[in-house]
Structures are given as structure tokens and as C-alpha cells.
Design a protein around this ligand. Structure first.
Ligand SMILES: NC(=O)c1ccc[n+]([C@@H]2O[C@H](COP(=O)([O-])OP(=O)(O)OC[C@H]3O[C@@H](n4cnc5c(N)ncnc54)[C@H](OP(=O)(O)O)[C@@H]3O)[C@@H](O)[C@H]2O)c1
Length: 319
């Protein structure tokens, strides 16, 4: 039984080595080498070249090596087999660390003190707000959004969420966290939000959602000196020209971006040098080969015991 590893952009050797360790006795092959296409039962993918998983007659499942599956959905020759995504406590914790770091950075005005230090300026803010004075709004109350919400609440932030359906609104039981849903919930959600955290998946419905219209709906009268954006979902969710315009006209006080419309972020992008933009290179929550390879092996073992796969993607929703 063969497992096909179909990756772009990542160090394929590290993944192959880990998968061989977790799946002893299986034939692990990569796209670049000759292999028997009929022997392939499973494929693991990160941004595989479109069409490269077609023509595998015995393929029974595809495993995304990340939490997102937008890299798969663009392939119009994707085989009609179950797709599983990564749900991993380690990855979830890493994302929450990132969100907490940047919410605290805004709350405690850290960028101001970095600038002051460069100028040897000793000036403090006698009106420093408490976490409870700051309203964080999380778009996407899935696995990652819920964990971040819970941890931000523990620190004391005033947290709300926004999701597509009442599904997460009813299943999310985080004391003190109201979950708004759908189109009608968006405006009131934005109007009570000082720091907007985006943890949405990239789908046909969410592409370009972070535009001027949406950002102009955020609160600007709170204790954070304006509205702030943190996007760690996907770059395709944001309209970068709009974010820059919103920073320049005061709609946004700052933007913290882990993901970009084009990655790596082009050298010529004005985001690099904007004084109120913080950039990280799409590493808010990395998929560690050791952990994820073990998850893939566990999923295969489940299937072969006759148990259903976990964390299957709903293709009609696109996430
Ligand atoms: N930057 C990084 O390093 C990094 C790392 C990992 C993941 N990510 C990104 O994070 C995303 C979220 O991961 P997750 O595991 O939390 O996903 P998830 O569990 O599938 O949760 C997705 C959430 O988004 C909501 N949603 C989807 N479409 C929506 C829409 N049109 N309107 C409003 N809400 C919508 C869902 O609503 P329902 O509850 O109603 O279904 C759900 O609450 C991934 O897709 C990936 O793009 C980034």
C-alpha cells in the first residue's frame, strides 16, 4: 500500500523521513519519482500541483498537511475521495500564542515604547486601559478561534466571535463570549470590536472579505486609539490596497499580518515599510512534520480498523 507525498514549497525530505518513521512497511513515494499509480491508496498534500492527484484509481483519502484546505480546493481535477485536515492541539496552541502576543502588544502599546526607546524618550501613559476595557472580535469561531477566545478571556479581554452558522454559536460554550452569526450578525459584531482577529478559512464566500467596507464597520471610539486588524487566516481574505488606504485615512490604527495575497510578500510591497504594519512570514502556527505525520498515521490506522476518519472537510462549504 503506497502513500503519495505531493508537496510544494516545503522541505519534502523532512516529511518523507517522518512519514516513513510513522508508517513503517508502507511504500512512501513522491511526485517526482516513478511509482505504480494503482498502488497509491493515500495522498498527503500541501499545495500539490493541480491535477497531480488525478489518475490514481485506488486512492481512498487525501490528507492536507495544514489546518486549511484552500490549497486543495483550487484543483478542478481533485479526486472525489474524503479530504481530512489537520486538527492538532500543538498547532492550535501556537496560533493562540500568536493572537495573544499581538492583542497584548496593542493593549500595552508596545510599538509606542519600541519607538520611544529608539529616541531615548521616558514617557508613560497614565491612562493605560485594562484588558477588560478592550473588545476583541474573532472572525471564525472554529477550532483555532475558540481556543484563542478562551485564552483571551482568561487574560480578561472582552471577547466576541463571528461564524457562518449557528452551529458554532450553539456549540461554543465560552463563558462571557457572545457569538454573532451570518450576514445579519456582522455589522453588530464589527461595531463592538476594537481589535479584529481573523481566523477564517479561505473559501468562495470569504475571499477578499477584509476590505474597506468591512473595516469601516469597526469601532473607533474604544480604548485602543482606533481599530486594529490581526489576520492570521489566509492572505486571500484581505484586500491589501484597502488595508493600506484604511491605515492612511484613520479607519485602521494598525495591521498585524501573518498572511498575504502573494507569498512571500513581494519586496516592492508598501506593507513592508508602513510604520503601523507588523509582518510575520506566515508562521503564526506551523505544521510540525513529527506531529502531523503521526496524525496521518493515526487516521490511516483508524480507517483500516473500519472506523471513520476524523476532521473530514465538507467540500460543499469548502472548509
Ligand atoms: N497563519 C497560519 O499559520 C495558519 C495556521 C493554521 C491555520 N490557519 C488558517 O486558519 C483557518 C481556520 O482554522 P480552523 O481550524 O479554526 O478552521 P475551522 O475549525 O474549520 O473553523 C472555521 C470557522 O470559520 C467560520 N466560517 C467559515 N466560513 C465562514 C463565512 N463565510 N462566514 C462566517 N464564518 C465562516 C466557521 O463557521 P461555522 O462554525 O459556522 O462552520 C468556523 O467557525 C484555516 O482555514 C487556515 O486558513 C492559518
Amino acid at each position: 500500500m503506497t502513500v503519495l507525498v505531493a508537496l510544494r514549497d516545503w522541505d519534502i525530505d523532512a516529511w518523507v523521513a517522518r512519514l516513513r518513521r510513522e508508517l513503517p512497511g508502507r511504500n512512501i513515494v513522491t511526485l517526482g519519482e516513478p511509482f505504480d499509480r494503482r498502488a497509491v491508496h493515500y495522498a498527503v498534500s500541501w499545495k500539490h500541483p493541480p491535477g497531480s492527484l488525478a489518475g490514481l484509481p485506488n486512492l481512498s483519502a487525501i490528507f492536507s498537511l495544514g489546518a486549511g484546505v484552500d490549497h486543495l480546493m483550487g484543483d478542478d481535477r481533485l479526486p472525489d475521495v474524503p479530504i481530512m485536515r489537520v486538527v492538532d492541539p500543538d498547532l492550535t496552541s501556537r496560533m493562540s500564542e500568536y493572537i495573544i502576543l499581538h492583542c497584548l502588544k496593542i493593549l500595552r502599546q508596545q510599538m509606542r515604547y519600541v519607538r520611544q526607546q529608539a529616541e531615548r524618550l521616558w514617557e508613560d501613559d497614565r491612562d493605560q486601559p485594562a484588558a477588560a476595557d478592550v473588545r476583541v472580535g474573532i472572525m471564525g469561531m472554529g477550532v483555532l478561534g475558540q481556543d484563542a477566545a478562551r485564552k483571551l478571556r482568561m487574560i480578561g479581554f472582552d471577547v466576541a466571535g463571528w461564524s457562518r452558522t449557528a452551529r458554532s454559536a450553539s456549540s461554543v460554550v465560552i463563558e462571557g463570549v457572545e457569538v454573532f452569526t451570518g450576514e445579519e450578525g456582522l455589522a453588530p459584531f464589527l461595531a463592538r470590536t476594537d481589535i479584529l482577529v481573523c481566523l477564517l478559512p479561505l473559501t468562495d464566500d470569504t475571499r477578499g472579505i477584509l476590505d474597506s467596507k468591512l473595516l469601516s464597520g469597526l469601532a473607533r471610539t474604544g480604548r485602543t486609539g482606533g481599530a486594529h486588524l490581526i489576520n492570521a487566516g489566509r492572505g486571500g481574505l484581505q484586500v491589501e490596497a484597502d488595508i493600506l488606504a484604511c491605515l492612511d485615512d484613520g479607519t485602521l490604527a494598525s495591521a498585524t499580518l501573518d498572511v498575504f495575497q502573494t507569498e512571500p510578500l513581494p519586496q516592492a510591497s508598501p506593507l513592508w515599510t508602513h510604520p503601523r504594519v507588523d509582518i510575520t512570514p506566515h508562521n503564526a502556527a506551523m505544521s510540525a512534520p513529527a506531529t502531523i505525520a503521526r496524525l496521518v498515521a493515526e487516521q490511516i490506522a483508524r480507517a483500516e480498523r473500519g472506523e471513520p476518519f476524523q476532521h473530514a472537510v465538507d467540500r460543499s462549504r469548502g472548509y
